[in-house]
Design a protein around this ligand. Structure first.
Ligand code: NAD
Length: 255
């Protein structure tokens, strides 16, 4: 099939779906200027490995270093804006009869684009939590002490994200698994599908009979199979094009 024919077939499937599930990864936010994890390990941070910055052991060893890495990334996220891909998925949430949006991203851009319910598998960089008691802290004062301390118990605050080696939030993961098992169409957008257990969600959907649409700038490394369709390109271009093909008579504005 040509690229146009694949797009038309995917649009047909999407329009006819009763249950849609979507999984997003760092690629959808790349066009908002948020570097993927590996791309972020440049410049000041080039001498560090992910396990030096994003593990419980790293935080125990050097909490200031870990806090400063997240503060640097948080500043990038705060300046970023949702892009056409995030807006298209918010619109899909209004067009499809049901749509569950699952993200591995920690940047909150889906919510800012207007997606109503987002299952965050890896937390959110804009929140912190107490490293001792787990209490979520949305506002804190940055002062001379780094990391700042929990106002209730005095333990250092940590970012409210899932680090390598930590379990995912049970409820969000269960809801994501259920959505993958139930859906007619599963969109996998901007993820390398390397980080488990999220990586298994599209294949769970395919095994349960759904059509899986993979939107990525690269096909390399992505699975292939009878119900797996690849739309190659930037999420910010492919998603609006796919929605326009699926619902040609609906306005493209966020309404
Ligand atoms: P990843 O970095 O492993 O993979 C990104 C994928 O996106 C790649 O396959 C790449 O080919 C693709 N891609 C790049 N630009 C794209 C674009 N414009 N359109 C479509 N696809 C594009 O990311 P991952 O799979 O999400 O896993 C890495 C982990 O890093 C995740 O757990 C995530 O929590 C974390 N992370 C999150 C953010 C964020 O919140 N924005 C940023 C960096 C890392």
């Amino acid at each position: 099939m040509t690229g146009d024919a694949v797009l038309a077939a995917c649009a047909d499937r999407l329009r006819g779906a009763r249950h849609v599930a979507v999984l997003t990864g760092a690629g959808i936010s790349a066009e908002s200027g948020i570097p993927t994890f590996r791309d972020a390990l440049t410049g000041l941070w080039a001498r560090y490995r992910p396990e030096d910055l994003a593990t419980p052991e790293a935080f125990a060893r050097d909490p200031r270093l870990v806090w400063e890495w997240y503060a640097w990334r948080r500043a990038i996220v705060q300046q970023a804006k949702p892009n056409a891909g995030h807006h298209a998925l918010a619109r899909l949430g209004r067009l499809a009869p049901t749509c569950v949006l699952v993200t591995q991203n920690v940047d909150g851009l889906h919510q800012r684009a207007g997606s109503a319910r987002v299952l965050e598998l890896h937390g959110n960089i804009l929140r912190t939590r107490c490293s001792r008691e787990g209490r979520v802290v949305e506002r804190w004062a940055d002062g001379p002490e780094v990391p700042p301390r929990c106002a209730a118990c005095g333990a250092p605050l940590r970012p409210d994200v899932v680090w390598f080696g930590e379990p995912l939030p049970v409820e969000a993961l269960r809801a994501a698994w259920d959505a993958a098992s139930l859906c007619d169409v599963f969109l996998s957008v901007g993820t390398s599908n390397l980080v488990e257990p999220a990586a298994s969600l599209p294949w769970r959907a395919a095994a349960a009979g759904a059509e899986v649409i993979v939107i990525n700038t690269a096909v390399a490394g992505q699975r292939t199979g009878p119900r797996i369709h690849h739309l190659v390109g930037c999420a910010g271009e492919v998603l609006p094009t796919l929605l326009a093909a699926a619902w040609p008579n609906r306005p493209t504005a966020a309404s």
